[in-house]
Design a protein around this ligand. Structure first.
Ligand code: SF4
Length: 89
């Protein structure tokens, strides 16, 4: 007979992606024009997942969209990546 306390599995940890404020409106974080990114950037400033988000942008090599409050633009990607690295620390 097995002990149910020893065989019970831990619940899966919550994936932070499921809790982000940008989850329900992803289009706002990938605007067609930079001027339309202001609201998303403001939300990012108070997001509790900025650090994880910045690290994910760096890990995935993201080049477009708002990540951790940084609007990524292929023309300024070097400066953007420096900002993401500072946030990811
Ligand atoms: S910091 Fe990242 S996870 Fe948080 S709202 Fe901004 S884009 Fe979404």
């Amino acid at each position: 007979m097995s002990n149910p306390y020893l065989t019970a599995t831990k619940p899966d940890p919550v994936d932070w992606h499921e809790l982000t404020p940008c989850r329900d409106d992803p289009d706002a974080w990938f605007p067609d024009a930079a001027k339309d990114a202001a609201d998303a950037i403001l939300v990012c400033r108070v997001c509790p997942f900025r650090r994880e988000c910045a690290q994910e942008a760096l890990d995935t090599g993201a080049t477009y969209g708002v990540w951790a409050g940084v609007l990524l633009d292929p023309k300024t990607i070097k400066a953007n990546r420096r900002r993401l690295k500072r946030t990811a620390r």
